[in-house]
Design a protein around this ligand. Structure first.
Ligand code: HPA
Length: 264
C-alpha cells in the first residue's frame, strides 16, 4: 500500500487540508519523532513539521534520522517536503517556487546516515536522481494548473546554519553551480533514499542570498514571505492530495533506486 507524507518547513506548520488530526509521537532507535496523523477524503495522510509546531528546532538540531525512520515505520512510500530558500540569482522573484533536482551537501556536523555500520550495516546508496522524477512531474503540472510560478530544476546548496551565509560563501556556491541555498534538505533527502522512500522538495524563494541583493537577510523576511505565500503551498498540497486519493499508485516507492534499503 502506498502512503503519502508531507514535511512542512519554515512557515508551514499545518497543511490545513487534514481533518480529525491527531498529534502523535513514535519511538525510533534514533529518538522520538512527533507527527500529525490526519484524514483527507477518508484516507490517512501524515504531516510532520520539520522545526516543530512552534518552530523551536533549528536546522542543525533536527533529528532527521528519527523523523525519516518514523515515516518508514508508518509505511510512508512518498514524502513531499517544503522548504524556504535564498536565491543565488536575481532572475527569480521572491515567492516563486523552485522544484530542485540536485543538491550539494555543505553541512558539517549532522548524523546523516542509517548506514553507519551500527544498526543497518554499511551501504552506499545511489543519488543520481535525489528527487523523484515522477512526483516532480506531478507537482509541475499542478503548479502550472494553479498558475503558480515554478522553476523546473535547480541545485540546492545545503549549509549547516543556523546563521545565514557570507557573500563570499555565496559567491563560491554560485561557482559550484548552486541555484538556491537552504539549511535542511540534507540529510533529509539522503535518509529518505536510504529508507527507500520517494522524496521531493518544493522550495519557495523567500529572499536573495547574502550579497546577491544589497540588503542584509533577516529571519523575519523569510517568515513574512512564507506567510504571504503559504496559500500557494496549501493549494498545491491539496491538489497533490486529490491525486493521491484518486491514484494512490502514483505515490509508490517502487521506482527509486533501491539496491540497499533499511529494514524497520
Ligand atoms: N540561506 C540559508 N537558508 C535559507 C535562506 C538563505 O538565504 N533563506 C531561507 N532559508
Amino acid at each position: 500500500m502506498n502512503k503519502l507524507a508531507f514535511i512542512g518547513g519554515s512557515g508551514i506548520y499545518d497543511p490545513k487540508i487534514l481533518e480529525k488530526t491527531k498529534q502523535k509521537k513514535i519511538e525510533t532507535p534514533y529518538g522520538i519523532s512527533y507527527y500529525t496523523s490526519g484524514i483527507y477524503k477518508n484516507k490517512e495522510i501524515i504531516f510532520m513539521a520539520r522545526h516543530g509546531n512552534k518552530h523551536t528546532v533549528p536546522p542543525h538540531k533536527i533529528n532527521y534520522r528519527a523523523n525519516i525512520y518514523a515515516l518508514k515505520i508508518l509505511g510512508v512510500t512518498t514524502i513531499i517536503s517544503t522548504s524556504a530558500v535564498g536565491s543565488l540569482t536575481l532572475k527569480y522573484k521572491l515567492g516563486d517556487f523552485i522544484l530542485i533536482n540536485q543538491f550539494i551537501d555543505m553541512t558539517k556536523m549532522r548524523e546523516n546516515t542509517f548506514f553507519d555500520g551500527i544498526l543497518h550495516g554499511v551501504a552506499h546508496v545511489d543519488m543520481t536522481e535525489p528527487y523523484s522524477p515522477e512526483i516532480r512531474k506531478l507537482i509541475l503540472k499542478e503548479a502550472n494548473k494553479l498558475n503558480i510560478t515554478i522553476h523546473n530544476g535547480g541545485t540546492y546548496i545545503c549549509t549547516e546554519g543556523p546563521r545565514f551565509e557570507t557573500p563570499a560563501e555565496i559567491k563560491m556556491f554560485k561557482k559550484f553551480g548552486g541555484t538556491v541555498v537552504g539549511m535542511t534538505n540534507v540529510p533529509e533527502c539522503q535518509l529518505a533514499r536510504e529508507a527507500g522512500i520517494a522524496y521531493v522538495t518544493i522550495c519557495m524563494i523567500t529572499n536573495f542570498a547574502a550579497g546577491i541583493s544589497k540588503n542584509i537577510i533577516t529571519q523575519d523576511e523569510v517568515f513574512e514571505c512564507m506567510k504571504k505565500n503559504s496559500i500557494k503551498f496549501q493549494n498545491i498540497l491539496k491538489n497533490i492530495a486529490d491525486i493521491y486519493i484518486e491514484n494512490p499508485e502514483k505515490f509508490t516507492n517502487k521506482n527509486i533506486p533501491r539496491a540497499e534499503v533499511i529494514k524497520v
